[in-house]
Design a binder for this molecule. Structure first.
Ligand code: BT5
Length: 325
């Protein structure tokens, strides 16, 4: 694409002015055609300085989702190598499912600026205004169905590691995979199996992170926060998405190599409420005990009296006895 070729020329000499003549010669198009593309790039959010006599200089790239910027930031083998970008979707998980059924390859990533009907677990609603990271990845890993829940744990760890690396931001994980900052939810994960796992082995991994929008844009009936709120500035969604995919790919490779202990210890280090008194809510039932850790398949281990009971993620909710989560 001509636009992208122009960007390559501008980034080949960062901070330097590249002459319009040079661009038109190298790409074999008129200077007017170059100018037309520069205007489109500016509309996409690229800050490009234009000096009539001298040429163009790229000052900054957009913070909003942009395929070119995303590709530049990406350093993975498989995840995100094929991307499906949309301005608006009902749900990136639904789109990814549809593409998986049509034969999408492992790692295909769906990204949308907004979701009209973002979903949480158990058909709960996930509010998804513009400025958030709403992303789903089609995974066809070399793992068994029993490992599917480990992939969602891996996604939690990947997001937590990314926020630590990029912003030195300590994020806690509330079992099974709510990402929380000071008691307020910043991100959530939704893993869904497509078709018969035994025959197709496809998982759609949906990740939602509240990023460049104020908390007020979300309903006030639940405790939530956004990166804009925490950091005080907007960040590059492309870089965030690319880094999460990079960390996720590392975790998936570890899982395929059967190194679950490493993932479990990373997850455990960030777990909120571990070793504390907790309540498990199962429908009307409340079971109290001590949160001991997670089992090999990601289930919560609760110690009550002198016995241990495990709970899998789909069926119960975890609450602190002290009331802080
Ligand atoms: C989750 O569900 O936390 C999983 C959320 C996954 C969202 C991603 S976005 C990309 C992909 N496409 C989708 O359609 N979904 C995935 P759960 O643990 O069930 O939490 C849902 C609950 O969180 C809701 O019932 C609200 O109380 C609360 N909530 C809704 N929107 C929120 C938001 N933006 N931030 C924080 N909390 C929210």
């Amino acid at each position: 694409m001509l636009r992208h070729d122009i960007l390559y020329l501008l980034t080949a000499q960062p901070d330097e002015i590249v002459s319009g003549q040079k661009i038109s010669n190298q790409l074999n198009v008129t200077r007017a055609a170059v100018w037309k593309q520069i205007k489109i790039l500016r509309e996409e959010g690229f800050d490009i300085e234009a000096q009539t006599k001298n040429g163009y200089r790229l000052l900054s790239t957009p913070l909003a989702l942009n395929e070119w910027v995303f590709k530049q930031a990406l350093s993975t083998q498989a995840l995100g190598r094929v991307v499906d970008f949309s301005d608006e979707l009902s749900s990136t998980n639904d789109r990814a499912k549809e593409l998986a059924r049509q034969g999408a390859i492992h790692g295909l990533t769906v990204l949308a600026c907004r979701q009209q009907a973002g979903r949480g677990r158990l058909q709960r609603q996930w509010e998804s205004p513009a400025g958030g990271l709403w992303m789903s990845v089609v995974l066809r890993p070399n793992l068994s169905l029993a490992d599917a829940s480990k992939i969602t744990l891996a996604a939690s760890v990947a997001i937590v590691d990314t926020l630590q690396e990029l912003f030195e931001l300590p994020i806690g994980i509330k079992w099974p995979n709510d990402l929380v900052h000071k008691g307020q939810k910043l991100a959530g994960i939704l893993g869904e199996v497509v078709g018969e796992w035994n025959t197709v082995q496809t998982l759609i991994l949906g990740m939602g992170v509240n990023v460049n929008f104020p908390r007020e844009q979300l309903n006030n009936t639940f405790p939530a926060t956004t990166l804009q709120e925490i950091l005080g500035f907007d960040i590059d969604l492309n870089l965030l998405a690319a880094k999460i995919l990079e960390n996720l790919e590392k975790e998936l490779i570890c899982l395929e190599e059967k190194k679950f202990d490493e993932l479990k210890s990373k997850w455990t280090k960030r777990a909120i409420g571990l070793g504390e008194g907790v309540r498990i809510l199962r429908g009307e039932d409340v079971i109290e005990g001590t949160f001991k850790g997670i089992s090999i398949d990601g289930a919560l281990i609760l110690e009550t009296g002198n016995k241990e009971i495990t709970f899998s993620a789909g069926e119960v909710k975890l609450r602190s006895k002290k009331g802080y989560f």
